[in-house]
Design a protein around this ligand. Structure first.
Ligand code: SF4
Ligand code: ZN
Length: 309
């Protein structure tokens, strides 16, 4: 005999080790959705009348965010739009765009695609050949953040939601500490204002959901999502950190959650004062240096591209 759900009398399918609960399919799904709603209200993520842009990549987390938020947002009477960034990776992004577009059509939500090629002149496949010493993901990450800002400006929204889960947040926190990237800690908060130039609020509504639970949530909803991995993804330090944190959680259930609480308290204490910010001499975007990281990357790609011609 299996265990009975701690919240009703149905058969349990999941043991939530950190709370000790056993949950059936329905109670598990509801508990995830309720937690997202609590996160939204706890961090003051949404206000009545907000126009929200959901960044949907077509992966399991963002597809679950789309499902949950399209329900929640209705009750806030806000407008919701979806954007997908097309990095320009042959054989990888096309499926994801199709999956996102199909889900948006079902939910009657407008879907917009912003490509690296249109925004920066280079698709990721070409950047791969020009990037020299930089890692694919670091170039891609810098350009993607800018693409999100541009999408938010063009679509005239005041809130941008990304599907980062609790595991993403604590992994990034540790990676930033290990890289002495203290200034980036603030980007990792569940709510923050990305720039002082633009006024959009950045929110992470899945910030308090474990990756494992989101995977189960997507599976139980029979969510269609992109399963192919990016060809440029390298098994870097994040993979190692993920497995260390997972091992710790197995032996000490709930430790990820208490680490999450540190990861969101520390940046608030050590936030860099805004006066240290400058504007990029080329594009005017807020930055800590004279030239922003997007312009620095593009200068390097342009130089290499001209040399190759
Ligand atoms: Fe970009 Fe790296 Fe993600 Fe591929 S794995 S889409 S290169 S950030
Ligand atoms: Zn710039």
């Amino acid at each position: 005999m299996g265990k009975i759900c701690s919240r009703c009398d149905r058969q349990a399918i999941y043991h939530r080790a950190y709370s000790g609960e056993y949950l059936c399919v329905q109670c598990f799904k509801r508990s995830v959705e309720e937690k997202v709603v609590r996160t939204i209200s706890k961090f003051g993520m949404l206000r009545y009348g907000d126009k929200i842009l959901l960044m949907v990549s077509g992966g399991k987390d963002s597809m679950s965010m789309l499902r949950i938020l399209s329900k929640v947002v209705k009750s806030h009477a806000s407008e919701v739009l979806v954007a997908t960034i097309d990095e320009g990776i042959e054989g990888y992004r096309r499926d994801a765009i199709e999956i996102s577009a199909e889900a948006c059509a079902k939910l009657n939500v407008s879907h917009h695609v912003f490509s690296f090629k249109d925004l920066f002149g280079y698709p990721m496949d070409q950047i791969e050949l020009l990037k020299e010493g930089m890692s694919s993901c670091s170039v891609c990450g810098v350009l993607r953040r800018r693409a999100m800002d541009i999408a938010a400006q063009k679509l005239n929204v005041n809130v941008v939601a990304t599907a980062h889960n609790l595991d993403d947040i604590i992994q990034t926190f540790l990676i930033n500490l290990l890289n002495n990237d203290i200034k980036r800690l603030i980007w990792n908060l569940p709510v923050h204002h990305e720039t002082y130039l633009f006024s959009q609020k950045r929110i992470k509504p899945l910030a308090e959901i474990y990756e494992e639970e989101l995977a189960l949530y997507a599976f139980l909803n029979k969510e269609r999502f992109q399963e192919v991995s990016c060809p440029y993804m390298h098994e870097g330090i994040r993979t190692k950190i993920r497995s260390i944190l997972n091992e710790l959680e197995t032996n000490h259930p709930g430790i990820k959650y208490s680490f999450f609480n540190s990861a969101i308290k520390i940046p608030e204490i050590i936030t860099t004062p805004t006066k240290e910010r400058k504007n990029c001499e080329k594009c005017g975007y807020p930055t800590f240096a004279n030239k922003c990281s997007v312009c620095s990357i593009l200068d390097l790609l342009n130089r290499k591209n001209i040399r190759q011609k």
